[in-house]
Ligand binder design. Structure first.
Ligand code: SF4
Ligand code: SF4
Ligand code: SF4
Ligand code: FES
Length: 563
């Protein structure tokens, strides 16, 4: 432990602490910009400059040392900070009012904090990159912090971005859509400004609800509900689900359903697919297929391993094909009039919905994907106050769900949901405890073994693409010890998806995961095969898991990408 003096206050901290951490412990927040609690990148913006024993140094890079005397806000320090910030602002576009990050921008907030009112300005306007359906890059707004590069290269191991000649950009300056980008949006979560944002499509939704001939239906993904509360100033997970439904009806949705319903359905299809592969000697390990960023990743980096993927569509796409067939038929609605909007935590879902094969209903199965952030903007735009709204139930036929569907939103949730069902189907016994806690949590790779009446099934869960790559190297080498692997593209699972509220630090993701499991524990039904509307769907329409109709509507194929 080392003692240092910060602004006259003595504080004792571990020797590994930075000056910034020591100052925080002493009670002083040092304004910063490139620094991020979950990332290594530092020393690029020079905003965190402080006086250390008479010299100006960056607090995010300097580690504490014996005898250190730190002053965080002398006139000289403040002048230096303001000078460094003005350098950044000098070439930054002045269009906060038109910017997606307006009021949630670290640069904007910092300018206010440091009281910057005027500065020399020389605009460097560069074209916006709109080459993907998921994300928009605005290089003019980039403050060169490098956070996105670390996320893309070190956490996701995709390598679509790089720092070259002092510029942060795409590899070889190619449009993002021509790189290996998987559209996960993790860079957008890390970006302190509006230089990478989701492709915002709120206007398409407003046009659909304004058309009286259109039946606008929606599905809400499990990770959305816990996090959307953050968008409207509430505590994570504290928004009552049925008040959220009421709020969505106020926005203009004619029917409100839950993606949890098709998450339960996915378990029935995927669980049976796994059992079939185990019984008939099919390709193992089987890999989950519900995360579109992960699908892009395996199609790009491991195209020769595609037959390991489950052929199940994601719950979003299963919902899309069923709402325009099964639900339309039962409800007597012309499917041509249905506009299907999904509310997702994910930017890659925008790409998934636009894939050419996702039209098995005879129409585009999902017409529009709005992220949690976009729905947050809509809710704020319409001034909806949930507390005063009468709760409203989900619509029937595709609105019932179990705790197994809810936990799809967290890393390990698909695996746990599958194990709850597979165990009971194989053994014919009721599970004494449905909680498979060994696959929960934020760690990169989790493992478990489950005894199915004498057959031991070995499973693993990969959390983030960097972890998936580790497991895929084993699969590629033929040394994978597992029968079944869950992969979620985004760290923490969908609760940390690229369309979720900003910030999405590890601490935020952990809070959302806890809210997911709390909801699961509260529900009366916690196993997918107990979902009454899923049973009805099989009885009235699909007949059986992996049957003919299921194959047409609920399963898909994958395409190697050669980039
Ligand atoms: S990135 Fe921030 S400072 Fe820049 S225009 Fe957008 S809101 Fe304003
Ligand atoms: S969306 Fe994901 S893969 Fe694409 S650049 Fe951003 S972090 Fe990299
Ligand atoms: S795009 Fe955003 S995260 Fe990446 S370097 Fe620029 S400002 Fe930083
Ligand atoms: S926050 Fe320390 S250099 Fe940017």
């Amino acid at each position: 432990m080392i003692s240092v003096i910060v602004n006259g206050i003595n504080v004792t901290v571990p020797g590994s602490y930075t000056v910034m951490q020591a100052a925080a412990l002493a009670g002083f927040e040092i304004p910063s910009l490139c620094n991020h609690p979950d990332l290594q990148v530092q020393d690029r913006c020079k905003i965190c400059v402080v006086d250390i024993n008479g010299e100006l140094k960056t607090a995010c890079t300097e580690t504490v040392a014996p005898g250190m005397i730190v002053k965080t806000f002398t006139p000289r320090v403040l002048e230096e900070k303001r000078k460094n910030l003005k350098q950044i602002l000098r070439v930054h576009p002045q269009d906060c009012l038109q910017c997606a990050r307006n009021q949630n921008c670290e640069l904007q907030a910092l300018s206010a904090t440091l009281g910057i009112r005027s500065f020399e300005h020389k605009l460097l306007q560069l074209p916006r990159d709109t080459s993907t359906p998921s994300l928009i890059r605005d290089q003019s707004k980039c403050i060169l912090c490098g956070r996105c590069v670390e996320v893309c290269n070190d956490i996701q191991t995709v390598g679509a971005l790089e720092i070259k000649d002092g510029i942060v950009g795409t590899v070889d300056y190619r449009p993002l859509g021509e790189t290996k980008c998987v559209m996960c949006g993790q860079c957008a979560l890390a970006c302190p400004v509006g230089a990478i944002i989701e492709n915002e499509e709120i206007d398409k939704f407003l046009a659909a609800v304004a058309d009286p001939d259109t039946v606008v239906v929606t599905q809400i993904a499990p990770a959305v509900r816990v996090a959307v509360a953050e968008e409207v100033g509430m505590r994570t997970g504290s928004l009552d689900m049925l008040q959220f439904v009421a709020g969505l009806r106020q926005l203009g949705f004619d029917y409100v359903f839950h993606t949890n319903f098709t998450a339960d359905l996915t378990i029935l299809e995927e669980g049976n697919e796994l059992l079939k592969r185990l019984k008939e000697g099919g390709v193992l390990p089987m890999l989950t297929s519900c995360s579109p960023g992960w699908i892009n990743f395996i199609e790009t980096f491991y195209p020769e391993q595609l037959d390991h993927l489950s052929t199940c569509k994601s719950p979003q796409q299963m919902f899309g094909s069923l709402v325009k067939t099964y639900w339309a038929e039962k409800q007597g609605v012309d499917p041509a009039k249905i506009y299907s909007v999904s509310i997702m935590p994910c930017t890659a879902k925008k790409y998934e919905a636009a894939r050419p094969e996702m039209n098995d209903s005879g129409y585009r199965d999902v017409d529009l994907v709005l992220t949690t952030r976009e729905v947050g903007k809509l809710l704020r735009m319409c001034g909806i106050r949930f507390k005063q709204l009468e709760p409203s139930n989900f619509d029937s036929l595709m609105g019932a769900y179990t705790g197994a569907g809810v936990i799809f939103g967290a890393s390990g949730g698909v695996m746990e949901a599958a194990l709850r069902t597979v165990y009971e189907v194989v053994t014919g016994k009721a599970l004494a405890d449905v909680n498979f806690t060994m696959v929960r949590g934020i760690q990169g790779i989790k493992e478990a073994e489950v005894d199915l009446d004498g057959t031991v099934v070995k499973v693993a869960v990969a959390n983030s693409l960097g972890s998936a790559r580790q497991l895929m190297e084993q699969v590629k080498a033929g040394t994978s010890p597992y029968h079944f692997i869950e992969v979620m593209c985004c760290p923490g699972g969908c609760i940390g998806g690229g369309g979720q509220p900003i910030p999405s630090t590890v601490a935020d993701r952990t809070r959302r995961i806890n809210a997911i499991y709390e909801e699961d524990a509260r529900l009366p039904l916690r196993k997918s095969h107990d979902n009454p509307e899923v049973k009805l769907l099989y009885d009235d329409f699909l007949q059986e898991p992996l049957g003919e109709k299921s194959h047409k509507l609920l399963h898909t194929h994958y395409t190697p990408k050669n980039q």
